[in-house]
Write a protein that binds this ligand. Structure first.
Ligand code: SF4
Length: 230
């Protein structure tokens, strides 16, 4: 894996819209809620990443359901052209033949409550290194009904990662260090932010970053630059 002195993990929650309503959903309070409309566009995310992203950084797209994000393909094209390694967590709703245009991306297709017929249809669009997550969410446990899940880092095979900085950006444009720290560092929509506030004493053990690192390692091991896409 390529190394960088300041490898950044961008976790982008690009939309609050979803075709499902899972009881364990970590964004349930905002999901499909008209009080929390999406504000950041693909162009907003690109303008921010243009300033902050380095080639080989990791960009994870999540939601809501990311395939429902308007102009998703514009964002994916930009990420590919600029050398990002991309993770997309999806229930597969609008997954299509276009997926194969982005071999720099690993797709985590989550079953949730979908039936076998639906999953078979969605799997057609996957590349060989994509992941189908049957037990939802992968590596997660829910300690109480209707409460958010916790990801168990010990379920991941690697126990260290090379990520030096992590930024969680919600679809109102707000930048946080990560979901576990409710501190805003500004907003990407007006490009008014200060990223120097990030810090975390347990970052080396962070389950979010371990999970991302393991997925990206899987992508790297496939030599994705040579994966045939048709
Ligand atoms: S499919 Fe994912 S984003 Fe949609 S409700 Fe379920 S957990 Fe939440």
């Amino acid at each position: 894996m390529a190394s960088a002195t300041l490898m950044t993990y961008f976790l982008l929650s690009i939309t609050n819209t979803c075709n499902k309503s899972c009881e364990y959903c970590v964004v349930k309070p905002w999901l499909n809620n008209p009080e929390y409309p999406d504000k950041a566009t693909a162009e907003d995310f690109i303008s921010f990443l243009e300033k902050e992203m380095q080639p080989d950084d990791i960009v994870e797209l999540t939601g809501g359901e990311p395939t429902l994000f308007p102009n998703l393909l514009l964002l994916l094209e930009w990420l590919k052209e600029h050398g990002a390694r991309v993770i997309m967590r999806t229930n597969g709703f609008k997954l299509g033949a276009w997926r194969k245009d982005f071999p720099n991306m690993i797709v985590v297709l989550a079953r949730h409550d979908s039936d076998d017929e639906y999953m078979t249809e969605r799997r057609v669009h996957l590349l060989e290194y994509d992941v189908v997550s049957e037990k939802i969410p992968e590596g997660a446990e829910q300690t109480e009904p209707n409460m958010p899940v916790h990801i168990k880092s010990e379920l991941y095979p690697l126990d260290s990662h090379g990520i030096k900085r992590a930024l969680f950006i919600t679809n109102d444009g707000n930048i946080k260090f990560m979901p576990c720290m409710d501190v805003s560092m500004g907003n990407i929509i007006d490009l008014n932010y200060n990223l120097n506030q990030w810090d975390c004493i347990s970052m080396s053990r962070c389950p979010y970053m371990l999970g991302a690192w393991n997925l990206i390692t899987k992508l790297e091991q496939t030599n994705w630059n040579s994966v045939p896409t048709n």
